[in-house]
Design a binder for this molecule. Structure first.
Ligand code: UDP
Ligand code: MG
Length: 310
């Protein structure tokens, strides 16, 4: 009997990519000695994505789709796919063809060689803006300085996981999800493959600046308490600083017996301290907010419909 492979694909407003994606993935997979299922997760699309997915489901029994009740985000769409995949190995990839289906034979070979996680590393994106490149490089530098797990720069959510790794992943039920970091946290025998991401086949990137910032913050706060410590050290530093300053003021007043000119310096330092305090409170707030999200124990995502061939 052939081994069974699951391919998980999150789709958010990807109506113009679906048929091309399906064509290319089917061409690649049907040439390989595996049985497979294609699991699409429609992340609350507002275009014709769900409709087109249903057409595929009715046409090809290997295809199924989970429809979310609203947009929950890429990371939760991936989670839903991983929760429901039944394969001996599960491959996650984007539906916009930035993760070339033609790489699957190579990835599956590495799995057959005994690797339990095959992680792809994006060397470059052909059409990525200067801004996206800069923010992404800086971000990975930053996260690796503060974080307790190493996150490979250019790591993408294009990867293969053996069913053992998938089983372990399902035990992680945290809400603030940064799948890349969680996968590194799992362990397992891992290897990497590099690739150059082509431009999107159609449509625009769904990550706007706000989504990218949230994603970045999740990545840092989910794996590190270092930012909290920074706020603490800054507090200590300025606390001692102000004691010295006070000493100086008393000295000038009673020893040198001169009134202190230059209240502007004072005002400036008060403002500066106030700023530092607000930053500290902001950082604590980030973590408290996350704790609040976790204790509510809400479902990670809501599936409104599961499409399978009738
Ligand atoms: N995606 C999703 N939910 C979202 C945003 C994106 O399921 O809220 C999907 C999207 O359809 C695509 C993948 O996640 O298949 C990657 O998104 P995108 O291509 O916009 O990200 P980028 O490649 O620009 O980082
Ligand atoms: Mg993309």
């Amino acid at each position: 009997m052939n081994k069974f492979i699951s391919v998980v694909v999150p789709m958010f407003n990807e109506q113009d990519n679906i048929s091309e994606f399906y064509k290319r993935i089917t061409k690649v997979m049907s040439a390989l000695p595996y049985d497979y299922e294609l699991i699409f997760v429609d992340d609350g699309s507002r275009d014709r994505t769900a409709l087109l997915l249903n057409e595929l489901v009715q046409k090809d029994p290997r295809v199924q789709a989970y429809l979310f009740s609203r947009n929950f985000g890429h990371q939760l769409a991936l989670t839903c796919g991983l929760d429901n995949a039944t394969g001996d190995a599960v491959i996650t990839m984007d539906g916009d063809l930035q993760h070339p289906p033609e790489m699957l034979p190579q990835i599956l070979r590495l799995w057959e060689d005994g690797n339990e996680i095959v992680q792809t590393i994006r060397k470059a994106t052909e059409d990525a803006s200067f801004f996206k490149n800069i923010t992404s490089t800086t971000y990975y530098k930053m996260i690796n300085t503060v974080s307790t797990v190493h996150i490979t720069p250019g790591g993408s959510d294009f990867r293969l996981m053996d069913k053992n790794a998938v089983k372990a992943f399902r035990l992680y039920r945290e809400r603030a999800r940064f799948v890349r970091g969680m996968i590194n946290n799992l362990g397992f025998k891992t290897t990497t493959v590099e690739f150059v991401a082509p431009p999107r086949f159609a449509g625009k990137s769904k990550y706007n600046f706000r989504k990218m910032l949230h994603f970045a913050l999740d990545g840092i706060t989910a794996f590190s308490n270092v930012p909290l410590r920074w706020a603490f050290y800054a507090g200590i530093f300025f606390g001692f600083g102000s004691i010295f300053l006070l000493g100086h003021v008393i000295y000038v007043k009673y020893v040198v017996q001169d009134t202190i000119p230059g209240w502007t310096t004072l005002a400036a330092s008060v403002l500066f301290l106030g700023g530092i305090q607000l930053v500290g409170i902001g950082i604590v707030g980030e973590y408290v907010g996350r704790v609040f999200e976790e204790v509510k124990q809400r479902p990670l995502y809501i599936v409104s419909e599961h499409l399978v061939k009738k």
